[in-house]
Ligand binder design. Structure first.
Ligand code: URP
Ligand code: ZN
Ligand code: ZN
Length: 465
């Protein structure tokens, strides 16, 4: 099948240009001067009219939690509903987190996650591995997983008793990564200090969701981020800070990068658009916004946008981890520390970040770079994914930058009963999504199939030698 995408503006990380795109089978064959494509019309099977629209690489969301066990329940999107919702929002690749249980091997954990995704995913996917049991076998298996295309490992300085790793365990894993080329991804919050603040708050009778934010102060994210950076320096390993939310943590990353350290970080839309005011919503409504790190006071937003412009924040992911308000967030009514942590957002990342383009925070090229190109490079998928170029997978989104729409649980495709952005109007909308040359979404109609998504074995970080 040969498809010609005509009349659009191609947006890549390097800029924008009027160009037609020829897709042959699953890959991009050529970018062509529109003045010279009329002659091709008899040689293609179909032509897509992209006039007035951006033609850009599909989004890559490198931080999702589908069917993730947490706090006695599972995140409400599985690989079928979650990948479909991702595609509706213009994301054509995800990298999801497999979660090692204490006592389980990394290999059996990975096999379990392959089982969750296969037959269900409608877009391509890879896996990171959450390491929650550092021991000799786990460390040995990290080498094996790198060979199987799982080249990144998340560790937690938060959640004592669950995912928490000691500084010594973190150092051992970082040393391993220094040797095998893997990337250590860090959840940087000082969980030991946070647990003390949580106990004090509950003791004083503070049980509302707003206290989730007040017991996880930004300085404890800044402290953990600095500590993770120092541990990585001692181990001689690169470091990727996940879901960075606070100015204090950004300062630590910026300071390290200014010294030339191989430190990278992502933020998420919730840290650009949601705040402690949402956590303090009346009654139990604030539970909808409970995630860790918490959404911050609004003064942090401008720092996150600045970090995205200066590349001290080089990726935007969603940390999509949906829990239904009625049945799941409810577990924490009367005790904020029992509210399942996570915010739904896999469908809205590209639109919310495009609003940043409309508002003058980012250029269109930078928008594509943080949503697609850098995630691909950071996690070993480029140039197969993350750009529109000859030879790349034809994961292509047609995007109308002028269309306006309202985000709402009544229209979204995520399997969750609320929207963290209910009623928010955004400018810009996905109109067509192609995944490896197949149109899976066009003008409001879904054509994707569960199971068509393929596992992507990944290489190592492409920003390092
Ligand atoms: O609150 C969050 N972020 N839930 C998902 C798990 C994690 O720490 O990323
Ligand atoms: Zn985390
Ligand atoms: Zn997460």
């Amino acid at each position: 099948m040969r498809t010609l995408i005509r009349g659009g503006t191609v947006v890549t990380a390097t800029g924008t240009l009027p160009a037609d795109v020829l897709v042959d089978g699953e890959t991009v064959a050529a970018l062509l001067d529109p003045a010279h494509t009329a002659a091709l019309s008899g040689t293609v099977d179909r032509t897509l009219d992209a006039s007035g629209r951006y033609v850009m690489p599909g989004g890559i969301d490198v931080h999702t939690h589908l069917e993730m066990p947490f706090g006695g329940t599972f995140s409400s999107d599985d690989f079928e509903t979650g990948t479909r919702a991702a595609a509706w929002g213009g994301t054509t690749t995800i990298v999801d987190f497999a979660v090692q249980k204490k006592g389980a091997s990394l290999q059996e954990t990975l096999d379990t996650w392959h089982g969750k995704a296969s037959g269900k995913a409608s877009i391509d996917y890879g896996f990171h591995m959450i390491v929650s049991d550092v021991n000799a076998q786990t460390l040995k298996e990290m080498d094996v997983l790198v060979g199987e295309g799982v080249t990144s490992f998340k560790m937690f300085m938060a959640y004592p008793g669950v995912f928490y790793a000691t500084d010594a365990e973190i150092l051992l894993a970082m040393q391993k990564a220094a040797g095998n080329g893997a990337t250590i991804m860090m959840h940087a919050e000082n969980g030991i200090a946070i647990d003390a603040l949580v106990a004090q708050a509950l003791e004083a009778g503070h049980t509302d969701p707003g206290w989730h934010g007040r017991t996880r102060p930004p300085d404890l994210e800044g402290e953990a981020t600095s500590r993770a950076i120092r541990l990585a320096q001692v181990a001689g390993a690169p470091l990727y800070i996940v879901h960075l939310s606070a100015r204090q943590a950004l300062d630590a990353v910026t300071e390290a990068r200014d010294r030339g350290a191989p430190v990278f970080a992502e933020t998420c839309p919730q840290y650009l658009y949601l705040s402690q005011d949402d956590l303090d919503a009346p009654g139990f409504e604030g539970a909808k916004y409970v995630a860790s790190p918490p959404v911050r006071t609004k003064d942090h937003w401008a720092h996150m946008w600045r970090g995205l412009r200066t590349n001290d924040l080089s990726v935007v992911s969603t940390d999509h981890c949906p829990f239904c308000f009625k049945e799941q967030k409810e577990l924490g009514r009367g005790d904020f520390s029992k509210i399942p942590n996570g915010i739904p957002g896999i469908e809205h990342r590209i639109d919310l970040l495009h609003q940043g383009v409309v508002d003058g925070e980012l250029s269109p090229a930078r928008w594509v770079e943080v949503n697609s190109t850098t995630p691909a490079r950071m996690f070993g998928l480029y140039p197969r994914k993350g750009t529109v170029a000859p030879g790349s997978d034809a994961d292509i989104v047609l995007y109308d930058p002028a269309a306006r729409h309202v985000l709402s649980a009544s229209s979204h495709h995520m399997a969750v009963d609320y929207s963290a952005y209910e009623g928010r109007e955004v400018q810009g909308q996905v109109t067509t999504v192609m995944s490896r040359g197949e149109i899976i979404l066009e003008n409001g109609e879904w054509h994707g199939q569960p199971g068509r998504g393929r596992f992507l074995p990944r290489g190592t970080c492409q920003y390092l030698g």
